[in-house]
Design a protein around this ligand. Structure first.
Ligand code: NAI
Length: 481
């Protein structure tokens, strides 16, 4: 049967396949998991609804899940983050399967670069539509939108109607309600039937994990969840070293402005902020940091960054980057106060860090498209600022996201988390769980050889002295890294 899909252009598949082949070489963790588990097929019977940026690296993840026995349907978790060639290649499938653009034999993907919000939520809805069964039995999520759709679906089906407005007056929430209204009109028990069959969700990012803990606290979480983000090999690598690479990549592809000598403000000094500040400093920028948390502010100061308030440095900043996972970090007032041609971008998960709606409401402001995902906003006094990716994460909107090697760590965590939740339901009741530390260490171990790193082995007596096993885990759970 033809593979269902909605992607830009299947003829891009050969180009995507070349990139996937090179990415596989840079993703030793995922390839080792394929080698280890292809024979035993731990994900046989898993029907995974996936929502992560549809990049080249995600293509390697998808094909790893399939190699381990899973069936998969995929959407992107952002309207700008899809690599159209990678999406096409996943639909056509690996060459061994003999698929062609005319006869695709790969995995259903619903994603293209530059979706509208309506299209985005239709694509997310598509990953829950499985032929002949009630839906997926696993979710792999990034930012929590797929998880949100199921939870809201169940909530509104129980209420018998979708409200006309809700807790949030954003355009996005309006579109979510519209999507669910269509679904409920078509089948008022669709999500209610689906949810009990979902064995769990594995969540990729800080913001999605935040949503999961909120649902756990409120007692509304419907199935077990694995917090993949807080695996050490995820947040301390992808969030930091990934952004250290992809932030300047996005800035360069978007603007090609020399970063050296400029003043850059990084809002937030968590894992993403640390990598972002380092990347800008690496290019020779003078980097200032804003923080609300005294510990992170002190870390920034110790790392040599001046800690400031944004309103005090608007006239100095050539570049302002938000990395907070918080909302309204740069207000419309801040934006108007910035110097001429200041570049403003966000690398946090959602587009609410910069008040884009407030900017659009400034009387007399004009928006000019320089190129897709790069816009100049000109104020009535004639000065202008450049906004990247309309306030959405610029490393995926203006560039191609993190490089393969770092994503191999995150996606190995994801694959192992899927295996854990799918194969050991008794060990993970409804609630939010962390990946066991020995598996976290295992993911790191899978990446050492490729870098020529030689690990020292503890002797038995050294291990006893430290109170650990020779084979690990080497640190107590409270260790901070
Ligand atoms: P984090 O919690 O480690 O860091 C966020 C920091 O921002 C915290 O230190 C917090 O105190 C600070 N903060 C919060 N509100 C603030 C405000 N109003 N002003 C200044 N500072 C403020 O979170 P992490 O892991 O760094 O993630 C940040 C965001 O980036 C999340 O939305 C996450 O989902 C996203 N993310 C994006 C990636 C990408 O590739 N673009 C990769 C990984 C995470």
């Amino acid at each position: 049967m033809a593979v269902q899909h909605r992607v830009r252009d299947l003829s891009l598949a050969p180009a995507g396949r070349h990139q996937i082949r090179l990415a596989e070489h840079e993703m030793p963790g995922l390839m080792a998991l394929r080698e280890r588990y292809t024979a035993s097929q731990p994900l046989a019977g898993a029907r995974i609804a996936g929502s992560i940026h549809m990049t080249v690296q995600t293509a390697v993840l998808i094909e790893t899940l399939v190699a381990l026995g899973a069936e998969v349907r995929w959407a992107s978790c952002n309207i700008f983050s899809t690599d159209d060639a990678a999406a096409a290649a996943v639909v056509v499938g690996p060459s061994e399967q003999g698929g062609t653009p005319e006869d695709p034999r790969g995995v259903p993907v619903f994603a293209w670069k530059g979706e509208t919000l309506e299209e985005y939520w239709e694509c997310t809805d598509q990953i829950f539509r499985w032929d002949g069964v009630d839906g997926p039995n696993m979710i792999l999520d990034d930012g929590g939108d797929a998880t949100l759709l199921v939870h809201k679906g169940v909530e509104f089906e129980a209420a018998g109607a979708v409200p006309s407005a809700g807790e949030d007056d954003s355009e996005e929430y309006r579109v979510i309600l519209e999507t669910l209204r269509r679904s409920v009109a078509e089948d008022g028990q669709r999500f209610t039937r689906m949810a009990p069959g979902i064995k769990g969700v594995t969540e990729e990012t800080t913001t999605g994990v935040h949503r999961l803990y909120e649902m756990q606290r409120a007692g509304t979480l419907l199935f077990p969840a694995m917090n993949v983000n807080d695996a050490v090999t995820k947040s301390k690598f992808d969030n930091t070293y990934g952004c250290r690479h992809s932030l300047v990549d996005g800035l360069n592809r978007a603007t090609d402005v020399l970063i050296g000598g400029k003043t850059a403000v990084v809002c937030g000094y968590g894992d993403v902020g640390k990598g972002s500040a380092e990347s800008l400093r690496g290019q020779g920028a003078r980097v200032l940091v804003t923080e609300v948390d005294p510990i992170c502010a002190l870390q920034a100061a110790m790392d040599g960054y001046q800690v400031v308030r944004l309103e005090d440095v608007l006239d100095q900043a050539h570049i302002v980057i938000t990395t907070t996972g918080c909302k309204d970090v740069i207000t419309a007032e801040h934006l108007q106060g910035l110097r001429d041609k200041a570049i403003v971008g966000n690398i946090g998960h959602f587009d609410n860090e910069i008040d884009m709606a407030g900017l659009a409401r400034v009387p007399g402001v004009q928006r000019t498209e320089i190129k897709p995902q790069v816009h100049e906003w000109t104020f009535p006094d004639g000065h202008s600022i450049i906004i990247l990716s309309e306030g959405r994460l610029l490393n995926l909107g203006n560039a191609t996201g993190h490089p393969s090697f770092v994503m191999s760590n995150s996606f190995s965590d994801q694959t192992i988390a899927q295996i854990e939740l799918f194969t050991k339901p008794d060990e993970y009741p409804t609630g939010v769980h962390l990946l066991p530390k020995h598996l976290d260490e295992e993911v790191a171990r899978l990446h050492l050889d490729a870098l020529g790193a030689k690990l020292t082995e503890l002797t038995k007596s050294q291990a006893e002295y430290l109170g650990v096993d020779v084979a690990g885990p080497y640190k107590p759970d409270h260790y901070k890294y």
